[in-house]
Design a protein around this ligand. Structure first.
Ligand code: ZN
Length: 307
């Protein structure tokens, strides 16, 4: 397939089964979906860097998360988009604080709410996530209770890297690994390879979310390979937030060259306006990766869940 065949590649990729393993549950529907469903949002909100993302979340997203009806809408919008774009397996990552804020800490009601989302053409494997910024010690027991329900397939540590010491969260990873959950950690998006290394050693995670700075250190790349770690990479997110210069020079090229395990994901569709097919297509039309390399990535994502 030639590089100029952009249209046909996009049409091709739309029809193929794929995964979205790095997907923040409540910021992964289309902006237009919310507007069409009567949510009051500004007409032209320009997402430009991390500050505008935080501002948007605070002003518009948090109030939607706090009401059960709009929380449901956010999740429906996410899953309908997955089905429309050919995603067969999605790992929506939901913050444990939703249980606290919207369900007043009632674990069973929270889980029952999540269980209602079932679709014939989409497998949903929930990740329980922690935002490093807002975690406080008083929430420890709630998080442990949620882990012990065994409803969640994975855990995920997100938001500002290293804002709290890893020791705060090590206990959760030990339990989740013992439960054979898919342990994930956001690392190497904002900070360098030393932090990725620290997270690998402290948490023994199965997946790294982003991890793009790993290319700066051969030794850390080897460590990730030795431990068979999967990197769930979201190129549009990286470019939009300025962690990668552009699509053409995205670190995913070097990650592939170094033989790392990679999947492609969307991160936050609501913010970055790029669905899973667009993520594949951008790497193809910019010549970042070849058709064959993108096929390998797509198939690898599907393989993970066959084991
Ligand atoms: Zn993320």
């Amino acid at each position: 397939m030639l590089k100029t065949e952009a249209y046909s590649y996009l049409e091709y990729i739309k029809r193929q089964p794929k995964t979205d393993i790095h997907n923040h549950a409540l910021s992964s529907c289309r902006f237009q979906f919310l507007k069409q469903n009567g949510v009051n949002l500004p007409d032209n909100y320009k997402m430009n860097g991390i500050a505008s993302l935080i501002d948007f979340s605070r002003k518009y997203l948090t109030p939607l998360e706090n009401e059960i009806s709009t929380l449901k809408l956010l999740l429906e919008g996410n899953f309908l988009n997955c089905i429309e774009t050919g995603v067969k397996i999605v790992c929506p990552s939901i913050d444990y604080k939703i249980c606290l804020r919207t369900f007043y800490g009632d674990v069973q009601t929270f889980i029952s709410f999540l269980q209602q989302f079932q679709y014939d053409n989409l497998k949903i494997l929930w990740d329980l996530s922690i935002s490093r910024d807002s975690f406080v010690e008083e929430h420890r027991q709630l998080f442990l209770d949620l882990l012990q329900t065994k409803f969640f397939s994975g855990i995920d540590l997100a938001s500002t890297e290293n804002i709290k010491p890893n020791s705060t969260f090590v206990e959760f990873y030990k339990i989740a690994n013992d439960l054979n959950m898919i342990t994930k950690v956001h690392a190497g998006e904002m900070l360098g390879p030393d932090y990725i290394k620290q997270c690998i050693l402290d948490f023994n995670p199965k997946h790294i979310q982003h991890g793009i700075s790993v290319i700066k250190d051969k030794e850390v790349m080897q460590l990730a390979k030795d431990r068979n770690i999967v990197f769930n990479v979201c190129p549009s997110s990286n470019v939009c937030l300025g962690y990668a210069k552009n699509m053409k020079s995205h670190p995913i090229r070097k990650m592939v060259d170094n033989g790392l395990n990679i999947t492609l994901s969307t991160d936050d569709l609501l913010f970055f306006d790029s669905d899973i097919n667009e993520e594949y297509n951008k790497l193809f039309v910019n010549g970042t990766l070849t058709f064959e390399e993108l096929e390998k990535i797509r198939n690898f994502g599907l393989e993970i869940f066959k084991k």
